[in-house]
Write a protein that binds this ligand. Structure first.
Ligand SMILES: Cc1cc2nc3c(=O)[nH]c(=O)nc-3n(C[C@H](O)[C@H](O)[C@H](O)COP(=O)(O)OP(=O)(O)OC[C@H]3O[C@@H](n4cnc5c(N)ncnc54)[C@H](O)[C@@H]3O)c2cc1C
Length: 374
């Protein structure tokens, strides 16, 4: 098989979700994924409960895992704010989450092709998709779900790729049984912040985002932990008592939070490929899954309804995507800016500590509702 209704580049949460959805509607779908399953990914691993009804609709079996309904936030010097999470979420490793979607996709008969896509060309109302092994596949549509940044972004000359992306993400799992099951904690440190929450295995995931400027002053992760992260008393306590379960932390660089376009060169972009919300909001995974649903539904309408043309499909998807996510992304940018300014974050915490209503509004506005399914 080398010709498909829809080719999906990238088999993370967005790509696999779209593949399952489209396969359930009987379309001929292929997903190209460069890495083997299962694999760990740099991620905070807190998933908003908004995805649960949709996961059930897709028939994705998730393991029993911890339900998280409380948030703790601390500034560099340990001033704290506690909040209840209105909708809440669950803790699950990407190792398990992505793999559960992969298993479902395979069971349905989705072609998951273990290849790196190196270029995509649109010609005569159809796509040619080229892989590192030199093969060519054709598709009526292509969904771009290849994550934060990739070779195709350069090829497509996307605007964000020309700009600086001065962020680094680091994560590892730790053993610390005393860490509460129902808590996601976000702790600030100079130049970044880290999230702590439990996963399905009982391990605590510690994932942080830091600017290069801050990180490069130290020689490696260990000295960064000691000299910067441990200045926050909560993180100091965590690092003192927790035992790392990975041989070494995973790291990714050049993380960009710049605006991106949800459709480029006729490719429907989903998940981080369309736009990445600041991790502090804990909503990137839900957005990836939700955008995949929106793209799949738009494609289904196109295939079933002869009167919709490609141009209408693309502009409908773009409009829906902006309506659903632009505000969340904007608020995420403002929050991160405030958080990383020591004085502003200290002041804002003082105000918010006195106004649970305001905290509630911020959480609600950086999250969505339960994703509806038909
Ligand atoms: C530090 C940090 C912490 C975060 N914490 C949270 C959190 O706690 N909660 C939350 O909801 N979100 C969080 N996020 C955001 C979340 O990780 C992303 O939004 C989510 O992973 C997006 O999924 P995706 O499917 O779009 O991309 P990905 O999961 O990155 O999947 C893309 C896939 O495409 C594959 N790929 C790439 N290029 C190619 C190619 N050319 N050919 C074939 N395959 C390719 C990759 O191997 C990858 O598997 C965090 C992000 C960061 C950076």
């Amino acid at each position: 098989m080398d010709s498909f209704d829809v080719i999906i580049v990238g088999g993370g949460l967005a790509g696999l979700t779209a593949a399952i959805h489209l396969k359930l509607k009987n379309y001929n779908v292929a997903v190209f994924e460069a890495r083997q399953y299962p694999h760990h990914k740099v991620c905070g691993e807190y998933v908003s409960n908004e995805v649960l009804p949709y996961m059930a609709f897709l028939g994705v079996l998730l393991p029993r895992t911890v339900q998280i309904n409380k948030m703790l936030f601390s500034t560099v010097n340990g001033k704290t704010l506690k909040a209840q999470l209105p909708l809440g979420g669950f803790g699950i490793s990407r190792y398990t989450f992505d793999n559960a979607l992969y298993i479902r996709a395979i069971a349905l008969g989705v072609f998951v092709i273990p290849e790196n896509v190196t270029s995509v060309e649109f010609e005569n109302d159809s796509f040619g998709v080229f892989t590192a092994s030199g093969k060519k596949y054709t598709g009526k549509f292509v969904i771009g779900a290849y994550g934060k940044r990739g070779i195709l972004d350069k090829e497509l000359q996307r605007e964000f790729i020309q700009k600086k992306s001065p962020w680094l993400g680091v994560k590892a799992h730790y053993k610390l049984d005393s860490f509460p099951d129902n808590l996601v904690a976000i702790h600030n440190f100079r130049g970044g912040y880290g999230g702590l929450s439990k996963t399905e295995s009982g391990a605590v995931n510690f994932c942080y985002l830091v600017s290069y400027d801050s990180f490069k002053k130290e020689k490696d992760v260990d000295s960064f932990n000691q000299n910067v992260i441990a200045k926050n008393p909560y993180l100091n306590n965590f690092l003192d008592n927790a035992e790392m379960l990975f041989d070494q932390p995973l790291a990714i660089g050049q993380i960009s939070f710049h605006k991106k376009k949800p459709v480029e060169e006729h490719i429907l972009m989903c998940g981080d490929t369309a736009g990445l919300i600041h991790p502090l909001c804990g909503n990137g995974m839900a957005m990836a899954i939700h955008s995949a649903k929106m793209a799949s539904e738009s494609l289904d309408v196109f295939f079933r309804n002869g009167s919709v043309n490609r141009h209408q499909l693309e502009s409908d998807y773009e409009r829906q995507w902006r309506q659903m996510f632009s505000r969340r992304l904007w608020l995420g940018r403002q929050l991160q800016r405030a958080l990383l300014n020591e004085k502003v974050s200290y002041m804002a915490m003082g105000i918010m500590a006195k106004s649970p209503y305001m905290v509630n509004m911020l959480i609600k506005n950086t999250h969505g509702q339960l994703i509806e399914c038909e």
